[in-house]
Design a protein around this ligand. Structure first.
Ligand code: N2P
Length: 369
């Protein structure tokens, strides 16, 4: 999903430029914005409509891990104008000085944002100076109803026991298990499952969470943070610990394909993490003006509603709710009701020492050694 202007040869490029000058459209045609967002996280029509409306071309690249994004941002010179880190990563990246403050005079649509969400994300970005929310969601289980029932007739689908109890995971090995390749999503959720503080920095607690995963490690086919969407939809795996909207996208892909697979998302009854993905502009962004135009466009109620309707994630824009499909707005797995909200915790950034512990544990888990 890359819309790149750089695929043309130099001669063609030159000709295009000459034509553009001749027709007096050089400025409009030269304008571009480079966006780096999560995979499966937008309706691509939004990008073409943005270009149609503003004349700004969108170069759109995707990632599926905060760690990958962070490496690029900390190295500097990523070339991106708009990026989408998750809250706890945003917080430490702000500290590290990788972002510029948003120029709110260029973001009139900010008035559409949802005060409750803006307050919550202020934990990461005090005063909401550097970022606005794009989407938010939860981490939970996606499963194939038929395949799970066949193997575990009384499957506890509302509980993380379904995956985390070795006797269950052993029965699901043959139909396929995937887990997010994301320590900050997985370990806190397991801490919560164990009745421990999901934000614990204690080595002993983190070791306990890791032990739960190591016990089911032999049954896990793969750690990956985007492949599970199609794998679930096609019936190649029967369970994934993944992100809410991604699993709901898998459910609709299976339904559209009429392939006999019914996929569900279950928000664990033990509680789970609620995370916020944030739009921010790197300090060294080459197209600051266009970056603001893009962020402002995404805060248009109809536009961001179109994204939510397509990807099944809740957004941080209150005014958009009247444009959101009823079945999405009313689904408490997407827009949690008060009861569900009580079960959700938010993650705070790790200090460098805890981060090192977590990275070490994660390598051990993923390599299975
Ligand atoms: C999009 C997943 C984004 C959620 N595929 C990660 N915070």
């Amino acid at each position: 999903m890359i819309y790149s202007a750089s695929k043309r040869g130099p001669l063609v490029g030159l000709l295009a430029l000459a034509t553009a000058f001749a027709s007096g459209q050089a400025l409009a045609q030269d304008k571009e914005v480079r966006v780096y967002n999560w995979s499966d996280y937008i309706d691509e029509e939004i990008l073409t409509e943005f270009t149609k409306e503003t004349g700004i071309k969108v170069v759109y690249d995707v990632f599926d891990s905060n760690e990958i994004l962070e490496t690029k941002l900390l190295a500097g010179g990523s070339g991106y104008d708009v990026v989408v880190p998750t809250g706890q990563f945003l917080a430490r990246q702000i500290q590290a000085g990788v972002f510029q403050k948003l120029d709110k005079s260029k973001l009139p649509n900010i008035s559409n944002m949802w005060p409750e969400v803006s307050e919550r994300v202020a934990v990461y970005d005090p005063g909401n100076e550097y970022a606005v929310d794009y989407m938010w969601g939860t981490t939970g289980l996606g499963y194939n109803e038929g395949k799970i029932k066949e193997r575990i007739p009384d499957a506890p689908v509302e509980s993380l026991d379904l995956l985390l109890k070795p006797e269950n995971a052993a029965k699901l090995k043959d139909c396929g298990i995937m887990v997010l390749d994301s320590p900050t999503d997985v370990l806190p959720v397991i801490l919560q499952y164990l009745g421990l503080n999901p934000n614990s920095k204690e080595q002993a607690d983190l070791d306990k969470a890791a032990a739960v995963l190591l016990a089911i490690r032999p049954y896990i086919q793969k750690f990956h943070s985007s492949e599970y969407i199609n794998a679930l939809a096609n019936g190649d795996i029967c369970i994934a610990l993944g992100w809410s909207g991604d699993i709901l996208q898998a459910a609709s892909r299976a339904e559209e394909a009429k392939n006999g697979h019914t996929i569900h998302y279950a928000l664990p009854k033990e509680g789970t993490q609620m995370w916020f993905d944030m739009l921010a502009i790197p300090k060294d962004a080459p197209h600051v003006e266009e970056a603001h135009a893009f962020v402002n466009y995404l805060m248009k109620p109809e536009v961001i509603a179109k994204a939510s309707n397509y990807i099944s994630y809740a957004n941080g824009n209150l005014a958009s709710q009247k444009f959101i499909n009823e079945e999405i707005l009313k689904d408490s797995a997407i827009y949690p009701d008060a009861e569900t909200l009580k079960k959700l915790f938010v993650l705070l950034p790790y200090d460098p020492k805890t981060q090192r512990t977590v990275t070490r544990l994660w390598t051990k888990i993923v390599t299975g050694q």
